[in-house]
Design a protein around this ligand. Structure first.
Ligand SMILES: *Cc1c(COP(=O)(O)O)cnc(C)c1O
Length: 363
């Protein structure tokens, strides 16, 4: 049988080793007699799973001691409300928040934040159909904004920040859902980093928030307690029942990542994987990628066939070759290959071989 490679944008491929370990531990986690799904979240077994996952995440991202790591629920979409609910209270109301609009996900964040604050879209790449990131010197920032929000990897459009924007003393908030742990980041440059787990970390249901401690304590009074970062932090992410199984799997992924050599090592592999695919797309006239070269995502590679009438045949052939979930998002069309940490370079080689073969037979 052909080996399957899953290019889904999220929920996405998990490392095979992690799935095998989870299968082996499914009925009896390390002699406890219980599945992780059946454990009390306050029992010592699950507490050890949670603490180890938090420790490993801190180690992998070198998270400074003055940041809290919160495991929440609701996904990045819920955080689009939770972030303003927790941060705008640091300013007189109504507070202003600056947004950089680089695509579908930042557009969603903007729409949600409008419920809680005055939104200033300080820069947007909408005119270029979100194929670029507005140059930093063109951002029209508000001096006393409560924070500046960016989406550092636009999963749908395939646009990634390869720089950390300097926004002075204003807190920088980043939705990193689809590239967290794919590259080395300097956490200290950000005030808040958040993301859903189902792209590059683990199963859906777990949301990660990394927040600088001095930003806690300003939640609006209407903020639900379960979404108040201060409450969540005080209760070690146990104010409400956390998504226990998703945390367990994320913990296994963190251990897997450490065995790969950590984030710096996986980043080198991600660079090589992305180069392999983009180099081929650039070398042919049969396929194309519309994104400006300085902000192409290493994780999500949208591409299109110049002859759209071949799309269905392309996807059917890809499936026959064991290359799954390559259809692009409906808002962009065409194809998209998501090549997160768990995608081995062999999968990208297999995709490029198929791209060549399809071109030869149809070009
Ligand atoms: C997937 C994604 C989201 C939405 O995540 P949910 O878990 O569905 O809330 C938000 N932002 C980015 C960048 C994403 O990739």
């Amino acid at each position: 049988m052909t080996r399957i490679y899953n290019f889904a944008p999220g929920p996405a491929a998990l490392p095979r080793e992690v799935l095998m370990q989870a299968a082996a531990e499914m009925l009896d986690w390390r002699g406890s007699g219980l599945s992780v799904m059946e454990m009390s979240h306050r029992g010592k077994e699950f507490m050890s799973i949670l603490q180890e996952a938090q420790r490993d995440l801190r180690e992998l991202l070198s998270i400074p001691d003055n940041y809290k790591v919160l495991f929440m629920q609701g996904g990045a979409i819920a955080e689009n409300a939770i972030v303003p609910l927790n941060l705008v209270g640091s300013k007189p109301q109504p507070a202003t928040v600056d947004f950089i609009n680089t695509g579908s996900w930042s557009t969603k964040s903007i729409a949600e934040a409008r419920k809680y604050c005055t939104v200033n879209v300080a820069a947007s790449s909408e005119e270029s159909k979100f194929t670029s990131i507005p140059a930093r010197d063109a951002w029209r920032l508000t001096p006393d904004a409560a924070y500046v929000h960016v989406c550092t990897n636009e999963t749908i459009g395939g646009v990634e920040y390869h720089f950390v924007p300097d926004v002075g003393a204003v807190p920088l908030v980043a939705d990193m859902s689809s590239h967290i742990l794919s590259r080395v980041i300097d956490v200290s440059k950000y005030a808040v980093i958040y993301g859903g787990a189902q792209k590059n970390i683990g199963p859906a249901g777990l949301t990660m928030v990394i927040v600088r401690e001095d930003l806690l304590g300003h939640a609006l009074s209407v903020c639900p307690s379960a979404f108040d970062w201060t409450v969540v932090a005080k209760n070690d992410s146990m104010y409400n029942t956390p998504p226990t199984y998703a945390i367990y799997i994320a913990g296994l992924v963190f251990q897997w990542l450490k065995r790969q050599g950590g984030v710096a090592a996986i980043e080198q592999r991600n660079i090589a994987k992305a180069a392999l695919l983009y180099d081929y797309l650039d070398a042919t006239d049969f396929y194309g990628n519309p994104i400006a070269k300085d902000c192409r995502s290493r994780m999500n590679v949208p591409f299109f066939l110049h002859d759209k009438s071949l799309n269905d045949a392309f996807l059917a052939g890809a499936k026959e070759h064991g290359l799954l979930q390559l259809k692009g998002h409906k808002s962009v069309g065409g194809m998209r290959a998501s090549i997160y940490n768990a995608m081995p370079i062999e999968g990208v080689h297999a995709l490029v071989e198929y791209l060549k073969e399809f071109e030869k037979n149809n070009g």
